[in-house]
Design a protein around this ligand. Structure first.
Ligand code: 8YV
Length: 325
């Protein structure tokens, strides 16, 4: 292929995407450990584009080691594992896969709200353990329809969650880094103020340094013993130690979590709590959505290699800046 040597895979990717990158671009995988230095000495200068994901990303050190890198193409909407500020300084473009996963992630958030507030997974465990005939009725849970919902991060995904829960008759409020113009939902001036006024707080904010521990201990305390926390964003947005403390002490009603601070590790104490629903970061994980994410990833890559532009840029490539650096 005419693109041999130009494209590098960083971190594990969906197998069909790895295959497409190998077949279409002869793209190798960046080795880990001792093999990396020798690989880079041989191949680094030829690399103009990297394909990676929210699990791995490209840090400033790797950018420095790839002198002709012009684009970092992410499989996934989140790109907090890449040093985007450094990429912008260097003129390296960064793309993600927005929109195509919004529906599935919003579906998952609603599923977690239903499961956490109604206790479906716990009730399933109750049935399987043979407890129904022995103990009788399952304990009463909490009503989702009409509940007060707070959404932290009213972007594409947060808005899609709000639309869905409007259909459940929920009263929606939000906090966002900026007030969303023309929003029909009530704006709360801080995460803690939002948490204090709702039954369920749903985290749908972007990850990264700017949102680290945005949901801090105070916010979780404001949510309180009758409040539920749902997170489909990034584990880093929530102070996970505080979350575990409060859940363990019965100072939150429950939590539904698709993301964690140190994936794939889930804090041990949560495994013992029946009022916590734990998912293995699967929100975008359907055949349809992952195929659409793969298509958009490959479109970003091929467009960049053909034209120098990205289809869904987070940072636009700037070849002049890149040459200067
Ligand atoms: C993962 C996600 O990226 O899009 C995101 O930001 O968190 C997920 O879709 C996906 O698992 C690939 O890493």
């Amino acid at each position: 292929s005419s693109f041999t040597g130009k494209v590098l895979r960083v971190g594990p990717l969906k197998p069909s995407l790895e295959q497409a990158l190998s077949d279409g671009y002869d793209a190798p995988q960046l080795p880990d450990g001792d093999d990396r230095a020798a690989f880079l000495a041989d191949k680094a200068a030829g690399v103009t584009a990297v394909v990676t994901s929210g699990r791995t990303g490209v840090d400033a050190e790797l950018m420095a080691q790839l002198p002709n890198l012009g684009a970092i193409v992410h499989f996934g909407v989140g790109y907090d594992t890449t040093d985007v500020d450094r990429a912008a300084e260097l003129g390296i473009g960064v793309s993600n896969t927005p929109d195509v996963l919004t529906d599935c992630v919003a579906d998952t958030a609603v599923g977690l709200v239903l499961d956490t507030m109604r206790g479906f997974a716990a009730a399933d465990r109750f049935v399987r353990a043979g407890r129904w005939p022995v103990e009788g009725n399952f304990p009463l849970m909490r009503q989702v329809s009409g509940a007060k919902v707070g959404i932290l991060g009213l972007g594409r995904i947060g808005s899609a969650i709000a639309r869905r829960l409007t259909g459940f008759g929920c009263e929606i409020a939000y906090h966002n880094r900026r007030v969303v113009a023309d929003s029909e939902y009530r704006y709360a001036s801080s995460p803690a103020e939002l948490a204090a006024s709702v039954d369920v707080l749903i985290v749908a904010a972007a990850g990264g340094a700017a949102t680290r521990h945005l949901v801090d201990r105070d916010t979780l305390e404001a949510l309180g013993p009758n409040g539920f926390l749902i997170n489909v964003a990034r584990g880093s947005v929530v102070d996970e130690d505080a979350l575990v403390d409060l859940l363990t002490a019965g100072r939150l009603a429950g939590a539904g979590l698709d993301v964690f601070a140190h994936e794939p590790n889930v804090p041990g104490p949560l495994l013992a709590l029946d009022n916590v629903v734990l998912l293995p970061h699967l929100a975008s994980g359907t055949e349809e959505t992952r195929a659409a994410m793969q298509d958009l990833t490959l479109q970003n890559l091929s467009t960049y290699l053909r034209t120098g532009d990205l289809v869904t840029p987070v940072v636009a490539p700037d070849p002049n800046l890149r040459k200067e650096s």
